[in-house]
Design a protein around this ligand. Structure first.
Ligand code: URP
Ligand code: ZN
Ligand code: ZN
Length: 470
């Protein structure tokens, strides 16, 4: 079916203009000047016309860091959103593509772990999705499997410098994985925290009787994020590999990224809305309630300048992506750490709120309108080998389009969110704009406060190599 979106302001990574968008089937076929002969002809021929007056027309959000049904520990605890509920919530929030993770833990075979995760997502998703591969056991076999996965559209690999004995790789393993991506064109994603030092501090804290959730934040010190970020950058230089630091939260880690980038290194980083809006004191330090805000890297102190520095990094491009690290656990699971913060499952649910929370940064004067689209859609698509199919409103791109009302403020609550989560870490926050209409490959899946899509609408995306690598 042909569909014309008229009357709106099309926002891209380079600016905003009044324009009309013509969609044929799943694809954008033209971006037209309003009132032009060709636009009028397109309207006469269109089977459906969407009125976007007073709305921003933006490429659908691309969230390259989510964890649907992520297992935590060994007791069968899993993140509460699965591919069905999590991608539906993403759609409600204006995100039309996610990149989640398949995970190889110690002793696992990469191929088997990947195939199992692919099967888990198959037929479940509301929006298109890709997968990164977590390499938790770097060995000769897993290194070879990385090359095969790149050929199959899995071009990014996450390693951990934290969680010793579970997912952590040592420096030698990290270097080997970096050498492998240097050869196969992939991107190395790093969870950069010094896990061995954190575990010592955590053990000492518990022995002192400091067992509250806030202690999670104190022991995961900014210096230990900075040290690991620095080490990862140096190893990437030795391994001649591109590096993407995930969920960066501390000024000191950002400084390391900026130093590397100023020297021209292929080092990139993302941050997440929780680090821009929540703090250790106001959110994590609330007794048992703080468990809702336990995530790693942790929330940082409001007495330092982390949040202001992260916004600056988003402006200067030392931070080039905002993703959510969506990893929700319900209250029952969060309360498991009532006597010991180390047992609290790590993660915050927010896949639905990224576009709104970062648009708030526009209204607060932190970033421009174009930068909002660039950080939340265009750059993540380019970074993860999805561009120009995703992340842009241009002829030939998938018709993943959001009509955003910049003048409709509303208040986030567990009562109105769509994530499978029995509280909201964002409860009570009033955001200035609202996602009104969402198209996924040309199909209207959210409109008039109703979800019109279906599970299984989303397709697996075979990704190419990152656009940012030379
Ligand atoms: O706390 C977090 N970030 N949980 C998800 C797993 C990860 O390390 O990204
Ligand atoms: Zn991580
Ligand atoms: Zn994560």
């Amino acid at each position: 079916m042909t569909l014309l979106i008229k009357g709106g302001t099309v926002v891209s990574a380079t600016g905003a203009d009044l324009a009309e968008v013509l969609v044929d089937g799943e694809i954008i076929v033209a971006v037209l000047q309003p009132g032009s002969d060709v636009a009028e002809a397109a309207e006469r021929g269109a089977e459906r016309v969407l009125d976007a007056s007073g709305r921003y027309v933006i490429p659908g959000g691309v969230d390259v860091h989510t964890h649907m049904s992520l297992p935590f520990g060994t007791d069968g605890i899993v993140a509460s959103d699965d591919f069905e509920t999590g991608t539906r919530a993403a759609a409600w929030g204006g995100t039309t593509t996610i990149v989640d993770f398949a995970q190889q833990s110690v002793g696992d075979n990469v191929r088997e772990a990947f195939d199992a995760r692919l099967a888990e997502a198959e037929g479940q998703c509301a929006i298109d999705y890709g997968l990164h591969m977590v390499i938790g056991d770097v060995n000769p076999t897993s290194l070879k499997e990385m090359d095969i996965l790149v050929d199959e559209g899995v071009s990014s690999f996450k390693l951990f410098m934290a969680y010793p004995g579970v997912l952590m790789s040592n420096d030698g393993q990290i270097l080997q994985a970096m050498q492998q991506v240097a050869g196969n064109g992939g991107l190395l994603m790093m969870h950069a925290e010094n896990g061995l030092a954190i575990d010592v501090l955590a053990q000492q804290a518990v022995e002192r009787g400091d067992t509250n959730p806030v202690t999670h934040g104190y022991v995961r010190r900014a210096e230990l994020e900075s040290e690991a970020t620095h080490r990862a950058i140096q190893l990437a230089k030795v391994g001649a590999a591109p590096l993407y630091i995930v969920h960066l939260s501390a000024t000191e880690a950002l400084e390391q990224v900026a130093i590397a980038r100023n020297k021209g290194a292929n080092v990139f980083a993302e941050t997440c809305p929780q680090y821009l809006y929540f703090t250790l004191e106001d959110h994590l330090d609330q007794g048992a309630e703080g468990a809702k805000y336990v995530c790693s890297t942790p929330l940082r102190s409001k007495h330092d300048h982390h949040q202001a520095d992260l916004w600056t990094g988003l402006r200067t491009n030392d931070l080039s992506v905002v993703s959510t690290d969506h990893c929700p656990f319900c209250l029952k699971e969060k309360s498991l750490g009532a006597d010991d913060f180390r047992a609290i499952p790590n993660g915050i649910g927010g896949v639905e709120h990224r576009m709104d929370m970062i648009y708030q940064g526009v209204t607060q004067g932190e970033i421009s309108l174009a930068r909002w689209v660039e950080l939340c859609s265009t750059t993540p698509a380019r970074m993860m080998g999805l561009y120009p199919r995703k992340g842009v409103i241009a002829p030939g791109a998938d018709a993943d389009i959001v009509l955003y009302n910049p003048n409709h403020s509303w208040t986030i609550s567990v009562e109105n969110h769509h994530m499978n989560l029995d509280y909201s870490s964002y409860e009570g926050i009033t955001v200035p704009g609202k996602v009104e209409t969402v198209l996924s490959r040309g199909r209207v899946i959210v409109e008039n406060d109703a979800y019109l899509g279906a599970k299984g609408d989303g397709q697996f995306l075979k990704r190419g190599l990152s656009s940012y690598l030379i």
